[in-house]
Design a protein around this ligand. Structure first.
Ligand code: AMP
Length: 209
């Protein structure tokens, strides 16, 4: 299978080509079509499988296909990930893949001065990549609202729970609109993770690699 077979848009195919990718990985083959159709997704996949592109590419395509909102851009997509390193990596993928689309993105994480992150947010972004603590901080200060989110990605759910982020996640979930598309990824699916997935996903497609 080739990327061309996944019905991705020309601007995304061009960016993928420039990255040197030719064939989609198994998680990309299985996840991209249902996500493009608007389905929720529960993916059991580790880092290294190409899962970042599996959720980023279809989400960018759907965001770019929606009419651009007037005025300052509302945040339409949120990717929540446990660590600063993962957040930076995901944001770099967004930069590479979104190069030929009008989608604007930024990344926020703790342990650094919040000022540059707040400045980036205030210019308006479509897609926000965040770690839970800094996200809640900036929500508390009124710099971020989640009521316009259409796409929500929970990345590395098992690591989130291991790192003690369950309380943060419980605080974030009720701030998201009910009507949204949700993509859930975890390297392992023990009972506690499956229960969390069941709570936040609606009739998901299950993908395991
Ligand atoms: P991830 O699992 O998302 O962290 O991706 C692991 C690595 O695989 C990253 O360095 C990606 O740039 C790379 N990658 C993702 N998709 C593909 C693909 N279809 N072909 C080749 N490399 C890829």
């Amino acid at each position: 299978m080739k990327f061309q077979d996944l019905r991705l848009s020309e601007p995304l195919l061009r960016a993928i080509g420039e990255k040197g990718y030719t064939d989609p990985t198994p998680i990309q083959q299985q996840a991209i079509p249902p996500v493009l159709e608007g389905r929720d997704l529960q993916g059991c996949a580790q880092t290294g499988t190409g899962k970042t592109a599996a959720f980023t590419l279809p989400m960018l395509q759907l965001l770019a296909a929606e009419p651009a909102p007037k005025g300052r851009r509302p945040i339409r997509a949120l990717v929540l990930t446990p660590t600063r390193e993962l957040a930076i990596q995901i944001d770099e993928c967004c930069r590479d893949y979104a190069r030929y689309t009008p989608i604007r993105h930024c990344v926020i994480f703790g342990g650094v001065n919040q000022r540059p992150q707040v400045d980036a947010l205030q210019k308006g972004v479509d897609l926000l990549v965040a770690t839970p603590g800094r996200l809640l901080d900036l929500i508390g200060q009124g710099y971020v609202t989640l009521d316009t989110i259409r796409f929500f990605v929970l990345d590395e759910a098992d690591r989130m729970l291991d790192m003690g982020f369950i309380h943060d996640i419980r605080r974030i979930l009720p701030l998201l609109p009910e009507r949204r598309q949700t993509l859930f990824f975890s390297a392992t699916m023990p009972e506690s993770i499956a229960a969390l997935a069941a709570k936040i996903l609606r009739n998901p497609v299950m993908v395991t690699v």
